[in-house]
Design a protein around this ligand. Sequence first.
Ligand code: ARG
Length: 460
Amino acid sequence: MSNKMWGGRFGEGPDRIMEEINASIDYDQRFYAQDIAGSQAHARMLAAQGIISSADAEQIVAGLDGIKADMDVGQFTFSRELEDIHMNVEARLADIIGAAAGRLHTARSRNDQVALDFKLYIRDTIDHLSEQLTAFQLVLIEKAEANADTIMPGYTHLQTAQPVTFGHHCMAYVEMFGRDRGRLADARNRLNESPLGAAALAGTSFPIDRHMTAKALGFDGPTRNSLDSVSDRDFVLETLSAAAITATHLSRLAEEIVIWSNPGFNFIRLTDGFTSGSSIMPQKRNPDAAELVRAKSGRVIGGLTTLLIVMKGLPLAYSKDMQEDKEAAFDALDALSLSLAAMTGMIATLTVNKAEMRAAASRGFATATDLADWLVRALGLPFRKAHHVTGTLVGIAEKKGVDLDALTLAEMQAVEAGITDEVYSVLGVDNSVKSRVSFGGTAPDNVRAACLWWRKELGR
Ligand code: ARG
């Protein structure tokens, strides 16, 4: 049988393999609601402009409502023969309302239709992801508030560097996810122009009102160039770029969770709900959810890469290559949403082993910088000299197997005669973090202030 939609010129139907490679309905059915909303706005505009009758438009809109209701409850049989969501909907509309259905596609093409649907879908997805990011930030802020004074080792090169607070560490991620939300908001702003009415590529001779459909669909206005309108997928690329960065941030935190929950660290304990046991080693509590979040970043980055490669050689305007924009994007954005949900759950429910964190911060000479700074401040040593004296003292402590604050005053004075017992006040981890009051530093009061700032920013 020749195709219902363009059968006029085709005698035969497609080869079976052609149908399989050509059909997108298996995945583009996901934006049926957006497709129907776009068609309804288009039909109303056609009637308002006198291009179709009001009676036809009413039938079209009502028929589409019925189709949507069926699809909402899964009572719709999608057909691969009809290739994609656009033709599945239109064919069904013809079954329900008859001839008037044939007027819906006036002054429109599937090229502007698919660009519209995907934009609406991406816009909805951005809104959902932004909400998830905000909820996640709030969970991190709560952890930070509860741990503004919780001391842990701060690392560089994953080597003990200086003591920080766990609250400060949580707030570092709040900053990252705040920027991620900003990138999504930027993408949303830029994408919010309607391609509907660009038609196949050149616009249309019908007296359509693109401003009207743009407004009805919540866009700031119509796109300005019809060729660009049907061939633009920047909005997906931009969203996937933001998603890839977010997934990368999630993966870094996931890696920290894996490290912190290792018994050698024992900084945190994940709930049973977010761990799994081993079928053979009864002692194990595996941080599977964190590992999967870490791995799913691969899908998200992969989705971005896929679409960049699909787009990079395409001449204007539409090419069927662009049908391959969807699956990778859906997969990537689904993976990100799931990762955000899992990470929010893990962070909300984990318990912090404050004593272990503190003990680790007290090992590894984490206050060596404080000692060097004290030598500069109290004794007026040049920093390089102070660094050298401190290094010598660390060497002595290491040999004795003790931390810096366990060295006697005599031992210290043997290296630098001017040292007084005032030095002990900076050797403790509490004093160290309390002294880091520079803007953005780890001092507990700074952390509390950062939490307040973010709560105000988020309005919660
Ligand atoms: N299913 C197609 C897609 O996803 C819709 C646009 C088809 N346009 C065309 N000229 N064949 O891209």
